[in-house]
Design a protein around this ligand. Structure first.
Ligand code: FES
Ligand code: FES
Length: 190
């Protein structure tokens, strides 16, 4: 079960604007619970990715852009609760949707706590340089939202689209299992 969905091709031709063409409609996106309105041509270019808009337009720099071509998962955010690669989605395609970045998670989110506290013997930590961490966290949040009690194999499958160049995979998988335990201990609440 892969929880990361690839968006459609990022670059598209600008539609021809003949005489009498109507001004493009504003693009409204709910980001971390707050509605933002962007004007095409002023705030959003037709080929602007959601990752670029979030980082450069809104200042949410938690998500990282590493490969910028859908191969590493560092740019993962939630759109309507599902993990998506924000470098593969056009900003205009996010119109009308709810987007959550790592900044939108509470400080006591069980996944964040589990990643920060992971140090089990034999598994190592869940992060070293931390560059991949926001993407892994958001993919894990999406997984646990769909399946609060995943098996180790289900965790590996769900996170298979995320790459950690520091090689913390064992610790990351353990952190997700610990987050699952934390959620269960809270009665299923996140
Ligand atoms: S930066 Fe988006 S998948 Fe790598
Ligand atoms: S912790 Fe360094 S890339 Fe994953």
């Amino acid at each position: 079960m892969a929880t990361v969905e690839k968006g459609r091709a990022r670059r598209r031709k600008r539609p021809a604007q003949g005489r009498g063409a109507r001004a493009p409609s504003p693009v409204c996106i709910t980001i971390n619970g707050r509605q933002h309105t962007f004007l095409p041509g002023r705030d959003i270019a037709p080929n602007m990715t959601l990752a670029y808009l979030l980082r450069e337009g809104v200042g949410l720099t938690g998500l990282k852009v590493s490969c910028d071509e859908g191969a590493c998962g560092a740019c993962t955010v939630l759109m309507d609760g599902r993990a998506v690669l924000s470098c593969m989605i056009l900003a205009v395609e996010a119109g009308g949707h709810e987007v959550t970045t790592i900044e939108g998670l509470p400080a006591d989110d069980p996944v964040i706590e589990a990643f920060a506290g992971q140090c089990g013997p034999g598994y190592g930590t869940a992060l070293q340089c931390g560059y991949c961490t926001p993407g892994f966290v958001m993919s894990s949040v999406a997984l646990l939202g769909e399946n609060p009690s995943p098996t180790l194999e289900e965790v590996k499958e769900a996170l298979s689209g995320n790459i950690c160049r520091c090689g913390c995979y064992a610790g990351i998988a353990q952190a997700v299992l610990h987050a699952s335990e934390k959620i269960a201990a809270r009665g299923g609440a996140r």
